[in-house]
Each structure stands twice: as structure tokens, then as C-alpha cells.
Design a protein around this ligand. Sequence first.
Ligand code: ZN
Length: 56
Amino acid sequence: MDNDVKIKRKLFSTKLCPRCLSPLKMATPLAGWVTPAEYYCEKCGYRGYIALEKAE
Ligand SMILES: [Zn+2]
């Protein structure tokens, strides 16, 4: 389970919290497949579908 999450996170670009600009975690395991991707921020508690994309 943990390995699976790490692999998925590498495939997508880094998402940042719109409130505090911290890296976001996926709030739903199947995000982007059956449901829109929902993100969760550990730092400020933000949870939602809006995420800033880090420009590489
Ligand atoms: Zn945040």
C-alpha cells in the first residue's frame, strides 16, 4: 500500500496547497480514476479539489 502511493506520487507532478504552499497528499486512494482528485494538506488541514501545480 505504501509503495503503491509512492509510485503514484512520482507519476504526477507535485501539487501544492493553495493556502500554505506545502506539498499535498492525496485524500482519496482512487483519485483521478472514478472520482476527481481530492487533496489533503497535513500542515493547515486544507482539503479539497483545488491544488497548485509546481512548475518543474
Ligand atoms: Zn496547507
